[in-house]
Design a protein around this ligand. Sequence first.
Ligand code: HEM
Length: 500
Amino acid sequence: MSNATLIARFSEQTISSDSGNPTVSRTILFTLLGTLFTSITFNWVSQWLERGRWLFNGPQLLAEKYKNGIPFTIKTPERMYTLVSSPEHIKELGIASESKLSLLATAEEVFQPHHTMNGVELNRLGLQHRILRSLTSNFPRMQDTLGSLARESLTNELNKFPSNSCWKSVSIWDLAQNVIATTNTYTFYSEDLSRDSEFIKAAVQYPQDVFIASEVLRCTPSFLAPLVAWIVTGGHKASKHLIDGLIPMVKERIETFSKTSQRPRDYIEHIIHLYPEGIANRVPNMVRQTLALWFAGVHQPAISQTLFHALVDLCKYPEYQKALYEEIQSNINDYGSLQINKLPLLDSFLKESARLTTSETISLRRKAMNDYAFQDGTKVAKDDWVCVPQRALMRDPTIYPNPESFNGYRFLEQQLESSTKRAAKFTDLDPAYPIWGLGKQACPGRFYAAFILKIVLTEIITNYDVRLRNPNERRTFSWRSSMLPWPTSRIEMRMKEEAN
Ligand code: HEM
């Protein structure tokens, strides 16, 4: 029985009773009313405190509430989140249909693509999955060019900071973003554009604009949304620059599509091939789709942040620089090419780094399209979200022994028990390692992400020594459930040949 009902019943009895002592009855009534008031105020204050904590200290709040396998809820400013962490719940999330628990609805709500991404329809026709599958088969052909572009971009980044010493201090976040934007531009668009500094600048700016605009729009009345989005993105300057550069390029590619046999194998080529004919504004729509994928691939939880943390971990645990260097050298074949898929220690190192530092602390976000009940009876109300508290889960000592200590060898197959061997690789899907999601909507870009991370890291490990400039420097700050890179955080790099 609730406090309110109790008090209502008690007041009925005491007020109508002539027989009891009126002073005692009144005292009890006031005490109960006081309790009710305190409890309502306390609930109200604690809900608002929780909402505030969610905004500024979400990862800590999740860590405090997490208990292995037991669902819990968090009141965020917008809605209630139900957090589930048992393998059964996570698998159920992975197979639930979009009409029941929707990933797309969460993305549309958070990013408001209508206002922030030129109205693109996210994952139109399941196109992204199909294109990324085709792209994956081209990795071996792209490896050498991507390696040289990463090398050039690293040199450019280091040259921005002239120094008399052979150690150069660089902003980790700028370096990670620019190198990844350069390599991604080659994979998505063309080699020429990957060397166009204005295009790269806009390509780095665009996801930041979308991210900031979508945050501001979350507290803006809908009738003001177009204006506010326009102001926050500086008149959509970055996306306009990208679109203006890409539309003529795509048109030209389409015109020459059947005329040349030597075709590039980038994302644009695949979208030209797979995008349905006869759709109004086909070329602008195709270009918008490429930008949506650009955002998915570059925005905060994705490649640049994983690279940021992997670089910090290389500095924090320098013994891995030597071990990884040796692994790389022993996998260069007689033709001088690196067999990028045969680097188990690098794969395990990356997986361990992402386990401890994943910048998104929740995964498998789904919006309940109607009231939903999990098989064990856990309920989620319509419009609420359900997610997996992945950072807390991946630090659970019952799943990962000694979870807080960095062990770059943790995921080497020979280290694992036979039951977990099948999920040894960085890109493997596993409820105990949900950074890629699970099921049919699991990240289709994960093979590309792992491939590009390995290319950039092998370039760095082969050619540079890295160290932290200040081991106590701040590395991240939190906003909602994300742990974002601290933009001024720096590392120092030195060409290996200059050390000798
Ligand atoms: C380290 C880098 C990345 C991480 C951690 C990551 C993580 C994720 C996660 C958690 C999801 C949602 C899956 C689910 O909830 O079941 C997702 C979806 C997606 N990711 Fe990634 N991703 C990364 C890189 C990329 C890249 C490089 C691309 C493209 C080039 C990409 C394209 C996509 C797309 C298109 C979806 C939506 C899938 C759908 O709607 O069915 N991601 N990613």
